[in-house]
Design a protein around this ligand. Structure first.
Ligand SMILES: [Zn+2]
Length: 213
């Protein structure tokens, strides 16, 4: 198999209406695994001991999964489920799970994203918003860029009256590396259009902090 060949395991998800592609490139897996084998030696471990024998390959596969967002096309995900609709109130999808990797330390950051938009003739299938969050978070990221990319993607495809994104995450590069702020949460936000209005933004913030019970 050539290096740039990829096994495509395409799986049609009829509910979501688009093809989900799991990329698995055995050549890349092997190469990443051999790097990790060297890393194990460099940190003073014995890569040939039983518990570590398959670790480089497992890590290589995990890394490929954790960065599979590079293979997803978030604009197309949204375009695949846009509908004409006259609804013009705020649509809020809150508490979307986020798992990403900080590009400075390759350590996880994780938490929640809250996304809102005000339709301007089109709405989008609700499950697509978490898919867009997934497509951008499963890459090497900084939380600030992640927030802006989600906002821009929704603005560019749906052309709504406004988009709001708030992300709250814990960063293991802060809590694991001896920095004392162990429980600190980083909050980022990005808005467009109608959310420049203070009352609209306040309503969004009220909705994402409200609970169902
Ligand atoms: Zn970091």
């Amino acid at each position: 198999m050539k290096e740039n060949e990829v096994n495509h395991m395409a799986e049609e998800n009829e509910l979501d209406g688009y093809v989900k592609i799991d990329r698995y490139n055995p050549v890349k897996i092997e190469r990443i695994a051999s790097h990790y084998s060297e890393i194990l030696s460099d940190i003073g471990e014995d890569p040939s001991r039983e518990g570590l024998l398959k670790t480089p390959e497992r890590v290589a596969k995990a890394l490929q999964y954790l960065t599979h967002g590079y293979d997803l096309k978030p604009h197309e995900i949204l375009r695949s489920a846009m509908f004409k609709e006259e609804y013009s109130q705020m649509v809020v999808v809150k508490d979307i799970e986020v798992y990403s990797m900080c590009e400075h330390h390759l350590l996880p950051f994780f938490g929640k994203a809250h996304v809102a938009y005000i339709p301007n003739g089109h709405i989008v299938g609700l499950s697509k918003i978490p898919r867009v969050v997934e497509a951008y978070s499963r890459r090497l990221q900084v939380q600030e860029r992640l927030t802006n990319e989600i906002r821009d993607c929704i603005q560019e495809t749906l052309n709504p009256l406004g988009v709001a994104v708030v992300i709250e995450c814990k960063h293991l590069c802060m809590s694991m590396r001896g920095i004392q702020k162990q429980n600190s949460v980083t909050t980022t936000s990005a808005f467009t259009g109608a959310f420049a209005n203070e009352r609209t933004r306040a309503e969004f913030l009220r909705l994402i902090t409200a609970s169902l019970d």
